[in-house]
Write a protein that binds this ligand. Sequence first.
Ligand SMILES: Cc1cc2nc3c(=O)[nH]c(=O)nc-3n(C[C@H](O)[C@H](O)[C@H](O)COP(=O)(O)OP(=O)(O)OC[C@H]3O[C@@H](n4cnc5c(N)ncnc54)[C@H](O)[C@@H]3O)c2cc1C
Length: 385
Amino acid sequence: MTNRKTDGEVFDVAVVGGGASGTAAAYHLSAEGRSVVLLDRHDMNTEASGRNAGSLHGQIQHEPFLEEGEDWARGWLPALRFLADSLRLWDTLGEELGTDLQVGKKGGLLIADEEHQLPAIEAKVAFENSVGIDSRMLSADDVKQLAPWVTDDVVGGELCPIEGKANPLLVAPAFARRAVAQGAVLMPRSPVEGFREERGLHILRTPRGEVVARQVVLAGGDGMPALGRHFGLDLPISSGAVQVSVTERIDPMVSHLVYYAGGKLTFKQAQSGTLLIGGGWPARRNAAGEWVVNPESLRANLAMATRIAPSIADVSLLRTWVGIGNGTPDHSPIIGAVPGHPGVWLGFYPYMGFTASPLMGRILSDLVLGRDPDRDLTPFAPDRF
Ligand SMILES: Cc1cc2nc3c(=O)[nH]c(=O)nc-3n(C[C@H](O)[C@H](O)[C@H](O)COP(=O)(O)OP(=O)(O)OC[C@H]3O[C@@H](n4cnc5c(N)ncnc54)[C@H](O)[C@@H]3O)c2cc1C
């Protein structure tokens, strides 16, 4: 990634965070002719946006629905609509950015292999349909038709046609590349360690010098609580290390984004033929305090995958890695103006921020440009907690 000295330059916008959200914001802002500097403490796309499982989510997630019920789901609807609107942007994103992002949208398949799992899925589908989400119940035969590889124990499931997958290694780099082509300046290895405001300008302190901008976008993912504290904001963003695994390439087998109703599991087949297996299983810390793969989580995750797809038991695993996932207490995003600091904006989507990133970038750009973001952002207000 490029880097250049910015001494004396006043940018229209400094974007902090080179994940999918920040690069998307930099892309939109530079497309509108704004001078943009995009800073990251590492390189671009090295944290959650480059380590995630590439699922494009659009249904109410089964686990929080089971745990927190319909009242929570009703309160979460603005966040769900955000995902649904972002999912539509994925359809043309590759073409827009000039990169094949390996987007596939054959739908999400939630699979049940025990009768007692079905009533909760039925309740979820009924609720989703009542609020306009396209999803439907499937019989065991329906699932077998869509997924001939599924266990003989299947008893039914749910299909949500708007869901799918994309390649996380390609997305933020594609946004960043286009932003640079439109004039944006990248500053990798530039952790932002302090902010001050002077005569209407924002001055960002980094070990590589100061960066001056008229407006600031904070899109720092796991770094958001620390960034928020510079502005007196106490953001209740939780942080947990989770792992994802990839197998060797196999012949085309799985066309959907697959979930299991009996526990934490997502899996899908990437365009390259590999299977990506995840679902939010926790990593562990080693003696030096670093996050590393947790073999118990790995065993449990793979056991769940082979339980619903027995034939993959013979497929070799290539690699398992760890990434930091982030949440909020109400599972809703935090988007808007930083109170008391005109010209500072923040954007954070919990748990499923890869799916949300195309829309997040556009909305952050709208806010900076003073345009109507075309939705009520009140449920996402940074000071709601
Ligand atoms: C293992 C795993 C699997 C996941 N699976 C999925 C999935 O399948 N589908 C889905 O939709 N979501 C998934 N997620 C969530 C998703 O990856 C994140 O929500 C999303 O990538 C967040 O994007 P972001 O750009 O907001 O943040 P990030 O990608 O975290 O980017 C933030 C950037 O800000 C930089 N930064 C932070 N602080 C500073 C600072 N002070 N100065 C400079 N730079 C700073 C960081 O270095 C980082 O590069 C998963 C997450 C993990 C960890």
